[in-house]
Ligand binder design. Structure first.
Ligand SMILES: *Cc1c(COP(=O)(O)O)cnc(C)c1O
Length: 361
């Protein structure tokens, strides 16, 4: 089999080693006479997977003891709603940094629950950059400040995070979790759908500080309360067991590669190949994101005219590249270079881009 050069935005590439290991264990998991998917989530074997996955997160990301790691369902989109339901009480304001399409979806849900405020926005620049941290203004009575650390569609990424004092910083890290070291203690809550950097779709990781989940409002249904899942160790109801198992394998893969700092260096090497090709093209290619806000996960770029972009996509597909068409909101092209995308794919793309320019420039 020839593996595609997979630049999909999500669901996205998984490490080949992980897929092969899952294949080996697919029919029978650890001598149990059945697949992990056929097993009770109350069984000892699955409980091990559940506990070990949380422990691996703690180890790899340096998560302090006063944080919980939750493995939930519903995707990041469910967190858009769950966060205000749990934290946005009537006397408070949910503050959001507006960086693009995902931040807009997050604030839209919060507006249904309570009062919100825009703490900073780069809308005037068509969301091609992250607002300066010094421009962020917290309202009085802020319940939290919500940021989207990586805007998957625009291809922008926070290089550093705002200091919010006593106001919990909440981060949607769906498209850059575990792609670089972060100081988890800076955050009140971090969440991420798995299907970009962590594994297959179906599981959502929430890392939350203990003091924030002690008293969710009593009016929220049990399934949407963080304290429900904390108390049950993420086994309140049937978990997405196969997805959790896959995340477990991906975490072991990260660990075997030396951890998040090494993954980050690898990601830098990968994206440099493509950004350099854009920057050295004399304007044939041009990036969408302002250079200081460029993402290491989603590289958004354009060509001079739409016809040429169509030709680029068509030819790239013929040569084994997948997923390079940009999101309809931004247009142009996008290469998603998540943790599991190999350097070889990025090298191949940089070479393809140079060749395409030679033939069409
Ligand atoms: C993909 C993505 C989402 C949506 O995730 P779902 O799991 O599909 O709900 C939210 N935020 C960001 C930053 C994303 O990249």
């Amino acid at each position: 089999m020839k593996r595609a050069f997979n630049f999909n935005a999500g669901p996205a590439a998984l490490p080949l080693e992980v897929l092969e290991q899952a294949q080996q264990q697919f029919v029978e998991y650890q001598g149990a006479g059945m697949s992990i998917m056929e097993m009770s989530h109350r069984s000892e074997l699955y409980e091990q997977v559940n506990n070990e996955t949380q422990a691996l997160f703690r180890e790899i990301y340096g998560i302090p003891d006063n944080y919980h790691v939750l493995l939930l369902q519903g995707g990041a989109s469910t967190q858009f709603a769950t966060i205000p339901m749990n934290f946005l009480t009537p006397d408070k304001v949910g503050a959001y940094v507006m960086t693009g399409a995902w931040a807009e979806k997050a604030i839209k849900e919060a507006k249904l629950v309570g009062e919100t405020a825009v703490a900073a926005t780069s809308e005037a620049h068509k969301f091609n950059r992250i607002p300066a941290l010094s421009d962020i203004q917290l309202p009085d009575q802020a319940a939290y400040l919500h940021i989207t650390t990586n805007e998957t569609i625009g291809g922008t990424q926070f290089a550093e995070f705002p200091q919010t004092g006593n106001v919990p910083l909440i981060a949607d890290m769906s498209s850059d979790i575990l792609s670089r070291p972060v100081d988890v203690s800076q955050f009140g809550l971090i969440y991420a759908g798995a299907q970009k950097n962590l594994g297959p779709s179906g599981v959502t990781v929430v890392i939350v500080r203990d003091d924030l989940v002690k008293e969710s409002p009593k009016t929220i249904p049990a399934i949407f309360r963080y304290d429900t899942h904390v108390k049950a160790g993420s086994l309140y109801n049937t978990p997405p067991s196969f997805s959790v198992y896959m995340v477990n394998l991906v975490l072991k893969w990260i660990k075997a590669r030396g951890g998040v700092a090494q993954i980050n260096q690898y990601n830098r090497d990968k994206t440099k190949l493509i950004y350099d090709t854009i920057d050295q093209s004399g304007g044939f290619y041009y990036g969408f994101a302002a250079p200081e806000s460029r993402s290491l996960m989603n590289i958004t770029f354009r060509l001079q005219d739409a016809e040429l972009e169509k030709k680029f996509i068509k030819q790239s597909e013929a040569e084994g590249f997948v997923g390079l068409k940009g999101h309809r909101d931004v247009g142009g092209l996008r290469a998603s270079t998540y943790n599991a995308v190999p350097l070889e794919s990025c090298k191949a793309l940089a070479e393809f881009m140079a060749e395409f320019q030679k033939n069409n420039g």
